[in-house]
Design a protein around this ligand. Structure first.
Ligand SMILES: [Mg+2]
Ligand SMILES: [Zn+2]
Length: 176
């Protein structure tokens, strides 16, 4: 079974420092949904793992987060793409939860849900914490330069073995 883990904001959709607080604010990065469709066609099961501390911060509630993901799933369906599951951490940084990246609780959850090892599984993100979480569970960290990616690359200190691509479409093209 081929599995791939994607961060959401800055990888699939445009990121915002003001958070994505409504379905209206969720806008796909050009080519990202088609890239997910290509993954599906190559027999990848696509799963999202995303920090959504805006919930804990009171910027949006769970029904709104669900509505945002509903929009994402519908936009995917329009291009024949399918995201199987969205794992999210709703907690704030001070909650000290095991799920908020750079911790790898969400990835452990994915491993146990699918009953697979995540060793070598591609994990694509735009922030250092995405890459750090990936490394902790033995996944292959991949940085894309969309979202905060350029900033992340400029800061340096990427985990050893991190692959870097301009965007999700390029990462997927290299992968399949
Ligand atoms: Mg991100
Ligand atoms: Zn959490």
């Amino acid at each position: 079974m081929k599995l791939i883990i994607l961060d959401r904001d800055g990888v699939i959709n445009y990121d915002s420092d003001q958070f994505i607080k409504s379905p209206e604010e969720w806008k796909p990065i050009p080519g990202s949904l088609e890239a997910i469709a290509r993954l599906n066609q190559a027999d990848y099961r696509v799963v999202v793992a995303t920090n959504q501390s805006g919930v804990a911060r009171g910027l949006f509630d769970m029904p709104t987060l669900n509505a945002i993901h509903d929009k994402m799933h519908k936009a995917c369906a329009l291009v024949g793409a399918r995201i199987e599951a969205v794992f999210f951490c709703p907690h704030g940084p001070e909650a000290d939860c095991p799920c908020r990246k750079p911790r790898h609780g969400m990835l452990e959850e994915i491993a146990s849900r699918y009953n697979v090892s995540l060793a070598g599984v591609p994990a694509i993100g735009d922030s250092l914490r995405d890459l750090e979480a990936a490394v902790k569970i033995g996944a292959q960290p991949i940085l894309v330069l969309t979202g905060k990616g350029t900033q992340t690359q400029a800061k340096g200190g990427l985990p050893e073995g991190t692959l870097v691509y301009p965007d999700l479409a390029a990462a997927v093209a290299a992968l399949i």
